[in-house]
Design a protein around this ligand. Structure first.
Ligand SMILES: Nc1ncnc2c1ncn2[C@@H]1O[C@H](COP(=O)(O)OP(=O)(O)OP(=O)(O)O)[C@@H](O)[C@H]1O
Ligand SMILES: [Mg+2]
Length: 449
């Protein structure tokens, strides 16, 4: 692992020297620049984990550099060294995008803390989430309303049902409700009800006593109990089998659980949130979801709008996603070109924010430039949704998203097998465990060659 590089921008040799020694002792790799122009050159050429800049430089000032970094090297955290007591400049720096400041004369302990925070920030693949908590981005009316709702929901203890198309941020919203409320110091336990095999469901959710069934070699605490004092998110609650729905209803009504093999009910203090991309009331009408449970979990309903209902948020989301990708891939992320942004703006995003993340990740990989162009962006051909579309039209598009995804995996596997067999289809078919005819059919269908 190379040592994280830090750029120090200051025209006083003594200060540069002091900072370099301090940084080296922190096992970092310091580089120095004495002018704004030199700093820009270096930031263009290399990847830095942190930029520490003085305010007054021979050819400009620190504020100018902060602005430049936001534009041309986003993702590089920048902190400023301000003159003693100059809060006004410090605030301006923070508004322009600096993440922190230290004032002269330098307090080295304080400086070390700042540097450590910055390095942790660029190491965390989820970006700001760990240090500042996950954030709900977007300035659209819909997102502002969502933030208000989250604050309100956080204060209440009522069960909230979050619904919306897949990839809209339901889990994120649930997490924020937890983290903005009084239970924030307790655990947040998301449970994907659709992912737990039926036969394990009861033991997973409720736990079991040792010896209560073959294979129960020890006591096991269920997921519900592990959320004690915190919040339980029942994600994809529509996938809960009917017999589990009965048991869950009891938990909510009695505020207690009974692990398998246990004689007594054990009281639990959890807040219950649930989420789904399906239409629960429709499922109730069809008899696939219990009405009594529906009324319990659906005390408050929160709809997360699709991305196409709030297109104005796309640039900000894209920007944040690119920065995160940059941090994760340890590169300066490319900027998004005008035509690329235009293409995104015209797209229907059946997979919402998650799809935007996937599109950009692919684009960053494909892009050979410092900029992502429209040609780097691969969009699926999908019919345009209208804004009036109900979020519940999602299942159809979700299944096509899944199909596309599966096709991608299949295509990749076939191409790999073909390359390995030097394009000998018979050999490739053998590796893939399919007949020659089946392979030929897939190749044609997937448009390989
Ligand atoms: N408003 C937002 N601001 C920032 N990130 C967002 C926002 N909305 C969604 N995301 C990101 O999009 C991704 C998908 O979000 P999340 O998993 O919460 O969606 P979901 O609705 O639960 O999706 P699914 O139906 O696939 O389970 C996550 O990486 C999340 O951080
Ligand atoms: Mg989810």
């Amino acid at each position: 692992m190379p040592k994280p590089a830090v750029l120090v921008v200051d025209d006083e040799p003594d200060l540069c020297e002091l900072l370099s020694i301090t940084l080296r002792r922190m096992d970092l790799d310091p580089h120095t620049a004495s002018t704004v122009a030199a700093a820009q050159r270096m930031l263009r050429a290399d990847r830095y984990e942190l930029c520490l800049t003085d305010m007054q430089l021979p050819d400009g000032d620190g504020l100018e550099l902060i602005g430049w970094i936001q534009k041309y090297a986003p993702g590089v955290p920048v902190a400023v060294i301000t003159a003693h007591g100059n809060m006004e400049t410090a605030v301006r720096a923070l508004k322009l995008g600096a993440f922190d400041f230290v004032s002269k004369p330098l307090d080295l302990a304080e400086l070390r803390k700042l540097v450590a925070t910055a390095i942790k920030m660029s190491e965390d693949p989820n970006g700001d989430t760990e240090l500042f908590g996950p954030r709900l981005l977007g300035t659209s009316g819909a997102m502002q309303h969502m933030r208000e709702m989250i604050a309100r929901m956080a204060r209440s203890q009522a069960p909230v049902h979050i619904y919306g198309e897949s990839g809209t941020g339901k889990e994120l919203v649930a997490r924020l409700i937890h983290e903005s409320g009084p239970r924030r110091d307790g655990p947040f336990v998301p449970v994907n009800c659709g992912a737990i095999p039926n036969e394990l469901m009861e033991s997973e959710l409720f736990g079991h006593k040792r010896g209560s069934f073959t294979g129960a070699v020890g006591d096991k605490k269920g997921l519900i109990q592990s959320a004690e004092g915190g919040t339980l998110l029942l994600d994809e609650i529509a996938d809960l089998p009917l017999h589990m729905q009965v048991k869950l209803l009891r938990v909510i009504q009695e505020r207690s659980v009974r692990p398998i093999g246990e004689q007594h009910e054990i009281g639990v203090d959890v807040r219950i949130l649930s989420a789904t991309h399906q239409n629960l009331s429709e499922l109730v009408a069809k008899g696939a979801f219990r009405e009594d449970l529906f009324y319990r979990v659906n005390v408050i309903e929160l709809r997360v709008p699709s991305l196409r209902e709030r297109r104005e948020d796309i640039p900000e989301l894209a920007d944040a996603i690119l920065r995160r990708l940059g941090r994760r891939m340890k590169i300066t992320p490319p900027a998004l070109g005008k035509d690329a942004l235009k293409a995104l703006d015209a797209y229907s995003f059946p997979g919402n924010v998650r799809e935007l993340e996937n599109i950009l990740e692919r684009a960053v990989t494909l892009c050979t430039d410092r900029q992502i162009n429209a040609s780097d962006i691969q969009l699926r051909a999908t019919p345009m949704h209208s804004a009036a579309d109900s979020p519940h039209s999602a299942p159809a598009t979700t299944s096509s998203a899944l199909e596309d995804h599966l096709e991608d995996i299949e295509r990749e596997a076939i191409v790999k097998a073909l390359e390995q067999s030097r394009y000998n289809k018979t050999a490739a078919a053998k590796t893939l465990g399919m007949s020659f005819r089946a392979l030929r059919y897939r190749i044609k269908k997937l448009g390989i060659e």
